[in-house]
Design a binder for this molecule. Structure first.
Ligand SMILES: C[S@@+](CC[C@H](N)C(=O)[O-])C[C@H]1O[C@@H](n2cnc3c(N)ncnc32)[C@H](O)[C@@H]1O
Length: 360
């Protein structure tokens, strides 16, 4: 899976345990990103819908959530990847913009990414394998990139991984068939069918995924956009319709409150950490406004690596001190009291956040 800010790798098992303890058969993962939480639901026999604004997230969802591993012939995927990997390198948009003007990849890999991306639409444009092949390409490109995990800047010198040749690997698919939806979460919850379990993992602050991961957005859309700045961001990043209410200090409170209030689920679990715009107490209030009981679980976690090393200017001069290494991730649970007791028991009452062991 790609490097992704706010990815819930460390909490995936906990979220699966919570969904199991809730007896969930259906779920929605409302800000699904890499889809890793929705994938965990699939592995546990729960049918998830994975929702996100990003185009690359839709592709991951079509690959990992909609595609049933049992329905795919691994040999067919392997053949397709061999065929794509054998295409002659052909410098195009990625090479020109992301390797020569910016430096996200080594140009030799850039020319291969260009060739493979063109090949996917030319050879597999109508194939059910298309999302699997696109996912394989995004993940391969991520393994040879020259960033610290966001595409707002690149490293001064290529790290060793960027000098390795691009290698396409088959995505490890999950069983079952959920759904992937590209939508605004706040709008989506108003018309979705009821589910047993809802997980919400909104952005925490002003850092927009549309700009942080513009290279993946462009690789999926393949629309060769005009771009600006050293990072070569898409010009449509300036448009209002690429903004999310969840990235603004002014609008996130109302957007989140509305989304939590409206999501039709027996149990709602929302993630937040102690560095975001919304405080835990406020989130507890949003859960209680559903007319349900609320509990808060706390987990100590390692911070995103960029916060530790992003302390040098482009000239290599030290301009700051590393940020703190750890933070607290909270899970705010809303549901019936007896269900919530079962959820807390499933992950261990040691995670119950003492100040907020609340009831209505
Ligand atoms: C913290 S990340 C989620 C990470 C995800 N749980 C994972 O483990 O990969 C937040 C996600 O919210 C998405 N997002 C931002 N605004 C959104 C909106 N209005 N509706 C739906 N998704 C949105 C971003 O594209 C990003 O993928």
């Amino acid at each position: 899976m790609i490097k992704y800010l706010g990815s819930k790798r460390a909490l995936v098992g906990v979220l699966g345990d919570l969904a199991d303890a809730a007896g969930a058969r259906t779920a929605v993962d409302l800000f699904t990103g890499t889809t890793r939480v929705a994938q965990e639901f699939c592995r546990r026999g729960i049918e998830p819908t994975a929702v996100d604004l990003a185009s690359y997230s839709l592709i991951f969802g079509q690959c990992y959530v909609e595609t049933d591993a049992a329905a795919v012939d691994p040999a067919e995927v392997a053949d397709a990847l061999v065929r794509l990997a054998a295409l002659a390198p052909r410098p195009g948009y990625v090479t020109r913009v992301f390797c020569e003007q910016a430096r996200y990849f080594h140009p030799e890999n850039g020319a291969r990414i260009d060739a493979v991306r063109d090949g996917i639409d030319r050879l597999y444009g109508d194939s059910p394998l298309r999302p699997l092949l696109l996912t394989a390409l995004l993940e391969a490109a991520d393994r040879v990139d020259a960033t610290v995990g966001v595409q707002m800047a690149y490293l001064k010198a290529y790290p060793p991984r960027a000098l390795r040749p691009l290698e396409l690997r088959a995505p490890v698919l999950t069983p079952g068939s959920g759904r992937a939806v590209q939508a605004d979460a706040r709008a989506y919850v108003r018309s979705m069918a009821p589910v047993d379990f809802a997980y919400l993992d909104p952005p925490y602050n002003q850092h927009r995924y549309f700009t942080n991961y513009h290279v993946w957005e462009t690789l999926v859309r393949w629309d060769a956009p005009a771009h600006y700045g050293i990072a070569c961001k898409r010009v449509d990043a300036r448009d209002d319709d690429t903004r999310s209410a969840f990235n603004s200090r002014r609008t996130i409170h109302e957007a989140l409150a509305e989304t939590i209030a409206a999501v039709p689920a027996r149990v709602v679990v929302a993630s937040f950490n102690d560095e975001g715009y919304v405080g835990v107490d406020e989130l507890v209030g949003m859960g209680a406004a559903r007319g349900q009981d609320v509990r808060v679980l706390a987990f100590d976690s390692r911070r995103y690596i960029g916060s530790l090393i992003g302390i040098h200017s482009p000239a290599g001069v030290k301009v700051g001190v590393p940020g703190r290494r750890r933070n607290t991730e909270y899970l705010v649970l809303a549901g019936r009291a007896d269900t919530l007791d079962a959820l807390v028991a499933a992950v261990g009452s040691g995670h119950l956040h003492s100040e907020a062991a609340l009831s209505r």
